[in-house]
Design a protein around this ligand. Structure first.
Ligand code: FPP
Length: 250
């Protein structure tokens, strides 16, 4: 059982720490607008929030943190904003990775990364390479990720393997399908999120890990992502501790 002292007088006791947490980091634009700043300043503040949440999650013993950084639908945003977000991994590598590395965090990426701009792709590759021997929390970026696209490409690969006689249709199980999804790169026991957090008051999954979230607990908060921070994470996990996961049983 873990005792966390948020304030001197208020002890938070958490006995279940989710192994895998997924986060839809929403509300950066609104955060900036509230401060009369350009939207991109919200993404900048969002990076700081992500760093704080990652370190806090790692200290709590979370094994995997999958964060929705850019969806396949986000390309329709104004070009300047897309360009700014695509440059974040470069800044991420220079400014944030050294501290993560010190904290034994390993960076991984899911999504259609081959379609990212070259600099973005290379910055993520450098982060992945630099941290690949770390054994602590896995910070898994969903970057140019879309859940339906992920399932579609898994179906194509499975169909091809059946055509090539590497597989029989009878071999297709849920476990086998999971092996063809992008999350197969995560440790087997932690591929599916136990808890999914979405900030900013929106109550949608927005194509984030639709297969993997079949049994996840959901936590929605009106807090905008840049304000979420360590306290937000502790509140989400406290709420998760109140839930009773039955996986279809009684
Ligand atoms: C959603 O807020 C946020 C995003 C689309 C981008 C989030 C990305 C980060 C916090 C940093 C990712 C880091 C790396 C290294 C890639 P929104 O713009 O939809 O906010 P709004 O709904 O208020 O407009």
């Amino acid at each position: 059982m873990l005792n966390l002292f948020k304030k001197k007088e208020q002890a938070v006791t958490l006995d279940k720490i989710p192994n895998h947490i997924g986060i839809i980091m929403d509300g950066n634009g609104r955060w900036a607008k509230k401060r009369m700043q350009p939207r991109v300043m919200g993404h900048k503040a969002g990076m700081d929030a992500l760093q704080e949440v990652t370190i806090a999650a790692s200290e709590l013993g979370v094994k995997v943190l999958t964060v929705y950084a850019f969806s396949t639908e986000n390309w329709t945003r104004p070009q300047d904003e897309v360009k700014f977000i695509m440059n974040l991994p470069v800044e991420f590598f220079d400014k944030y990775v050294p501290e993560l590395h010190k904290n034994n965090v390993r960076v991984q990426v899911i999504g259609e990364t081959s379609r990212l701009p070259k600099d973005t792709f290379e910055a993520m590759e450098r982060a992945r390479e630099k941290t690949k021997h770390n054994s602590g929390l896995i910070l898994n970026f969903a970057l140019n990720y879309g859940g339906r696209a992920e399932i579609t490409s898994a179906v194509k690969e499975i169909a091809q393997d059946v055509l090539d006689a590497k597989l029989n249709p009878g071999d297709i199980t849920e476990d086998l399908i999971a092996n063809y999804l992008m999350t197969h790169s995560l440790p087997y026991l932690y591929r599916d999120p136990d808890l999914i957090i979405r900030t900013s008051g929106e109550l949608r999954l927005s194509n984030f890990l639709p297969w993997q979230s079949a049994y996840s607990e959901f936590y929605f908060t009106p807090t905008l992502w840049p304000d979420f921070k360590k306290d937000g994470l502790i509140e989400a996990i406290t709420e998760y501790n109140r839930r009773h996961r039955r996986f279809g049983g009684v």
